[in-house]
Design a protein around this ligand. Structure first.
Ligand code: AMP
Ligand code: MG
Length: 277
C-alpha cells in the first residue's frame, strides 16, 4: 500500500492516479470485507493498548471532495473501537472568533493528547484548498502556508504525535452518482448541500490545489496517501491497513504487570475486607 504514499517535492498529477483501482485486493470485495473485519479487530486491540500506555498520540487527517467518503471512513474503519480514546474533530467554515485568530489556532486545540487517536474530518488543509480556490485570502498569504503547515506538523511529531494524512480520491462521475443518491433517498437529503454543486463546478481548480498540497506537504514526518476511493470497500481496506501497520510500528507496551508479591498483597487486602465486612 506504500505505493499510495507521496514523496516530498515530487510532481503530482492526479490524472495519473486511478480512483477506481483495487490492485491490493485481488480477491475482490468479499475477501476485502473479511480482511476489513480482521483489521477492525486489530485496530480495536491496538487502540486499547495505546490508551493504556498513555504515551503516543495519533492524528489521522481525512481530506477529499464532497461525497469522497470522509464520514464513511470514520463510521466503517473505526467501527467497534472504544469511543473512549478516539475523537473526531470536524472543521467547518470558521466562526467569526476563529477567523479573528491565525488559521492554526482552532486546529492546535483539537490535536490528540497522549493515548488518544484523533480523526480530522477536514483540517488545516482547507486553508490552502477552499481558501485558495475561492481567494478568501490573498495569494501571498496562502502561499506561505505550506511551509507553516510543515513546521506545525513537525512540532507535533517532535513532541510524540504520529500523523497519517489521507486524500480520498474520487472522480467527478462517482461524485455525480453519490450526489444523485443523496437526492433520491429522502433519508439522505440532509447530506445534500446546494453549495456542493458550486464546489463541484470548480473541480479542476480543486485538483490543482490538491496537487500542490500533496507535492509540498507530504513530509517524511507527516506523509500523504492518495487513496483510490471510488470503491468504498477498497478505500476502507487501504486506510485500515495503513493505520493498523502504523500502530503496530509504534511498538506499544502495556504498563508492566504487577509482581507476584504485589498481587499477593492486593489479594490479602481484599480477603481481609471480606472478614471485616
Ligand atoms: P462538510 O464537511 O460537508 O460538512 O462542509 C464543511 C464546509 O466547511 C466545507 O465546504 C469546507 O470547504 C468548509 N470549510 C472548512 N474549513 C474551512 C476554512 N478554513 N475556510 C473556509 N471554509 C472552510
Ligand atoms: Mg458536504
Amino acid at each position: 500500500m506504500h505505493t499510495y504514499r507521496i514523496d516530498l517535492d515530487k510532481k503530482v498529477n492526479l490524472d495519473d492516479f486511478d480512483p477506481a483501482e483495487t490492485r491490493y485486493a485481488p480477491g475482490g470485495k468479499e475477501n476485502a470485507e473479511q480482511s476489513l473485519l480482521q483489521l477492525n479487530r486489530q485496530l480495536e486491540a491496538l487502540q486499547e493498548s495505546l490508551y493504556a500506555e498513555h504515551k503516543h498520540r495519533v492524528l489521522v487527517v481525512l481530506q477529499g471532495m464532497d461525497t469522497s467518503g470522509k464520514d464513511g471512513v470514520i463510521r466503517r474503519v473505526f467501527e467497534g473501537v472504544n469511543p473512549q480514546g478516539v475523537r473526531v474533530a470536524s472543521f467547518k467554515v470558521p466562526t467569526p472568533v476563529e477567523l479573528d485568530h491565525d488559521y492554526l489556532w482552532r486546529v492546535h486545540q483539537q490535536t490528540p493528547a497522549r493515548g488518544e487517536i484523533v480523526i480530522f474530518n477536514r483540517s488545516h488543509y482547507e486553508d490552502v484548498l477552499v481558501v485558495r480556490v475561492h481567494s478568501l485570502v490573498p495569494e501571498a498569504v496562502w502561499k506561505k502556508r505550506y511551509e507553516q503547515i510543515n513546521a506545525f506538523e513537525r512540532l507535533l511529531t517532535d513532541e510524540g504525535t504520529t500523523i497519517l494524512k489521507f486524500f480520498l480520491h474520487i472522480d467527478p462521475q462517482e461524485q455525480k452518482e453519490r450526489l444523485l443518491e443523496r437526492l433520491e433517498k429522502p433519508e439522505k437529503n440532509w447530506k445534500f448541500n446546494a453549495g456542493d454543486l458550486k464546489e463541484r463546478a470548480l473541480w479542476k481548480e480543486y485538483m490543482k490545489a490538491y496537487e500542490d498540497v500533496l507535492e509540498k506537504t507530504s513530509t517524511p514526518w507527516a506523509p500523504w496517501y492518495v487513496v483510490p476511493a471510488n470503491k468504498k470497500w477498497y478505500r476502507d481496506l487501504v486506510i485500515s491497513t495503513l493505520l493498523v501497520e502504523t500502530l503496530q510500528n509504534l511498538e506499544i507496551r502495556l504498563p508492566a504487570p504487577f509482581s507476584a508479591q504485589e498481587i499477593a498483597e492486593f489479594r490479602r487486602q481484599l480477603s481481609q475486607e471480606d472478614r471485616s465486612g
